[in-house]
Design a protein around this ligand. Sequence first.
Ligand SMILES: Nc1ncnc2c1ncn2[C@@H]1O[C@H](COP(=O)(O)OP(=O)(O)O)[C@@H](O)[C@H]1O
Ligand SMILES: [Mg+2]
Length: 448
Amino acid sequence: MLAVVGLALSVSVFATWTILLDRMNDRVGAELVNEAEKLRQYAGSPAASAAAPEDLLKNYLQVNVPDRNETFFVIVDGRVRWRSFADPPARLDEDDALVARMAAATAPVQDWAESAAGTVRWAAVPVLSEGRTAGTLAIVVFHDRERRAVVDAVGVLGLTALAALALAGGVGWFVAGRVLAPVRMVRLTAERISDSSDLSRRLTVTGDDDVSALAETFNHMLDRLERAFAVQREFLDDAGHELRTPITVVRGHLELMGDDPADRAETLALVTDELDRMNRIVDDLLTLAKSEQPGFLALGEVELADLTVSVVAKARALGERRWRVDEVAEERVLADRQRLTQALMQLVANAVRHTGPDDLVAVGSAVRDGAVELWVRDSGPGVPPADRERIFERFVRGAGRTGSHDGAGLGLAIVRSIAEAHGGTVRAGDADGGGARFSIVFPCEEAP
Ligand SMILES: Nc1ncnc2c1ncn2[C@@H]1O[C@H](COP(=O)(O)OP(=O)(O)O)[C@@H](O)[C@H]1O
Ligand SMILES: [Mg+2]
């Protein structure tokens, strides 16, 4: 930025310099012509017309005072007779060669010459009388002196520009420093947080400008990161703990295995069972991990009636129950059919596990108030009110069936993540006449 301004300033100083020099040259040229013109006018004036040509020139010198850096003299018969009153920077009238050239002029001439005071520009104006040169007016302008004045002026201009630039730069630097100080503070704190990887630290927010808004956003981000890390760590702890149990069981069985073929077969069955369970846990964990990521759902058109009926049809294979379809919605909605089937099958499997052959298990769907409800109810023991929230957490099993190795407590967590992926919720409640009723509710988006 400063460089650009500096460049612009240099260019303008340089331009001024060239323009001034140009002007000066023009002015000097014009001055020479002007002096000759003045002489001509003077010669035509009544005061002068009576005088002899020589006296005319002498008088002219007296009435016409040279400008600064200018000098006049009059040559008569090849010799300098008079010169203007003020002392010039250099005595050109003592330069014999130049004087001879001037004297030889029969018409006005202009040229350059060198002098002790540098380059000069001169003009010689002969005054003719009766066909011969009665005298010559020599006009000398000290070009280098004039030039030096221009150089000085441009020098002053350049210095002023430089000083202004330096001042502007300094002030700009200072102001930018003051403005950016809070940003730097935010950056340093952010760096310190990432260095110490202590996500519980926060930036201090003061004021309500953009920078504090930035700090606040940053703090919110840290909040989310901290929560995400905590959840992840918990997840890993739970998963590790849960997988260690089957591994211990498998190892125990294998260590105790004898040589007896019947014993071996039994151990093999137990181990296979346990490995299957592990496999299911890993699958469920993967599903849960995926549910945190985009692309978990593959949305499409789902016919709720068809979904409901087909879940019941599949569920019949799980066991002898009094299966029933409570109610079906006729709507088609935008949802992920496979994930919804997966969620309902988890609920149905739970219902089967908590009921006996004579019990009722019913599945239903309905659309009410712009929301889809899918439910599974049974006539089992139901979920105690105290457990209705926590059973949806990972690895949480209800008090009822401890000791059974079947579930890892991931089923309802998966149901919840599927419901939430659809922008909805899942709830456990009482079914009419006792038993549990689980319902998934999510906003109804009509399929196009
Ligand atoms: N239909 C039901 N009736 C009674 N309790 C249930 C029912 N479904 C789930 N639960 C309770 O919720 C707990 C969590 O279920 P879930 O997450 O599927 O884990 P898991 O089936 O592995 O035990 C179960 O252990 C059980 O106590
Ligand atoms: Mg389950």
